[in-house]
Design a binder for this molecule. Structure first.
Ligand code: AMO
Length: 417
């Protein structure tokens, strides 16, 4: 068996050199012990091999597994491919913890550390599980443009792009396009970046983040959408529990299965719960981050880590959510331990009402003509959601910052690496 990777630790105990190698066949390191008496040449070679060396070895699984840290092999041959030019700027076994800033700067190198790699193996599982769930449930995967002429999530967070002689933007969300497709394909999903020019520097915001977006046609109400979302998340959790046993162990995370349906409370109930704890939300305003956190704590104390907040007030939503008679909308949020993971809802599919909604939000329907057109030819009632990948990963693994959950960070202060 040929195994390749990088030396992350070298230890000499008398006449034995132990190498720990981070490779790609398992999250745990590969461990080879080289004995002076058994393999004198390899022992000599390994004795002064610096941490960071890229190598491959021919070997087989050791019949007796003594190492608690990794999988042990007996090596027959070692081939060195590249030695580091200088000592590594970070500790790739994670004994010396790095500051978040350093972790972000040297993420490409720190992925040799089993714990850092485990986070991203689980991120990969989230996306794999989502695809699997959507395929099983008859959704079609779509890709929509990331250079757009109009945004759906408010003008303040659009990144302008010069597009030949036109003014364009980076896409904040596939919102408009996934809705347009409801006029022909009633179940779609997209795994997509969101570009948002949010200026704040918080543990929950990135300027380039990733979302799992879905849109479903012929629905009766937003309940149908919530149903897909809660089942998707429960499916993702089950998938990780099944497929990432090693990674969860490395991270020391005990991931519990989620039971559907998730708890639902209305926005008004949320406001009342907060008010009874002395947190007042002015009428027509959205929950602040602090209020959301507080609500998360109160709900967790009642046994609900994850819950929906439904029927948001019209003033606190995008133009595309359907309005109820009472001034509320069919928009919901999904919160997990005080953090919003997802927003969604039933949309306005009636042409006239949609034009009215754009005007009510102070937007010019002319700028949305291409989108509005799709509502003229038999648009069914529909709804969908956007689920934040980094935020989901943060909550599942108990991380503290979305910057820990994306390989290369784009935020207010980072455009490299
Ligand atoms: P929303 O704006 O709530 O809804 O975005 C959906 C989810 O995406 C994640 N998210 C972010 N994560 C990190 N940094 C950001 N700057 C960021 N912005 C969003 C959050 C959020 O809940 N079009 C609607 C969805 C829909 O109705 O289908 C939308 O974009 O987890």
């Amino acid at each position: 068996m040929r195994i390749c990777g990088w030396v992350i630790r070298r230890k000499t105990i008398g006449k034995i050199v132990i190498l720990e190698i981070s490779g790609d066949t398992s999250s745990k390191p590969h461990v080879i012990a080289l004995k002076k008496e058994r393999e004198p040449e390899l022992f000599e070679l390994a004795r002064d091999l610096p941490v960071g060396t890229a190598l491959c070895f021919e070997g087989e699984l050791a019949p007796v597994q003594k190492s608690r840290r990794g999988v042990e092999y007996i090596a027959k041959e070692i081939k060195i491919y590249s030695r580091p030019l200088e000592p590594l700027p970070v500790d790739t076994i994670g004994k010396v913890p790095a500051l978040l800033d350093t972790r972000i700067r040297y993420r490409y190198l720190l992925l040799r550390n089993p714990a850092e790699k485990a986070i991203f193996k689980i991120r990969e599982s989230i996306l794999r599980a989502a695809r699997e769930y959507f395929i099983k449930n008859g959704f079609m995967e779509i890709q929509t443009p990331k250079i757009v002429a109009a945004g759906a999530e408010g003008g303040a967070t659009l990144f302008p792009v010069k597009y030949f002689e036109y003014n364009a933007y980076l896409s904040q969300s596939p919102q408009l396009y996934k809705q347009m497709l409801m006029s022909s394909v009633p179940r779609v999903y997209e795994i997509t970046p969101y570009f948002r020019a949010e200026k704040f520097d918080t543990p929950r915001h990135l300027n380039e983040s990733w979302g799992i977006d879905a849109e479903i046609g012929f629905i009766e109400s937003e309940e149908d959408v919530m149903n897909v979302l809660e089942n998707l998340i429960a499916y993702i959790v089950d998938y990780i529990r099944k497929n990432n046993v090693e990674e969860l162990e490395i991270l020391g995370v005990e991931l519990k299965p989620l039971t559907v349906p998730f708890k639902r409370i209305t926005f008004k109930e949320a406001v009342d719960i907060l008010s009874s704890e002395g947190v007042e939300i002015p009428e027509g305003e959205d929950l602040t981050e602090a209020a959301e956190k507080k609500l998360g704590e109160i709900m967790a104390s009642k046994g609900y880590d994850i819950f929906f907040i439904t029927r948001f007030p019209w003033e606190a939503t995008g133009f595309y959510y359907m309005r109820n008679e009472d001034g509320t909308t069919r928009k919901f949020d999904l919160d997990y331990k005080g953090l919003e993971l997802s927003s969604g809802g039933q949309r306005e599919h009636r042409y006239e009402k949609l034009v009215e909604a754009l005007r009510d939000k102070g937007l010019n329907p002319e700028g949305f003509k291409f989108y509005l057109e799709a509502f003229k030819y038999g648009m069914p009632p529909h709804g969908g959601f956007g689920l934040g990948v980094e935020r989901l990963l943060v909550k599942l693994l108990g991380l503290s910052n979305v910057r820990e959950a994306i390989l290369f960070v784009r935020d207010r202060n980072r455009l490299i690496p």
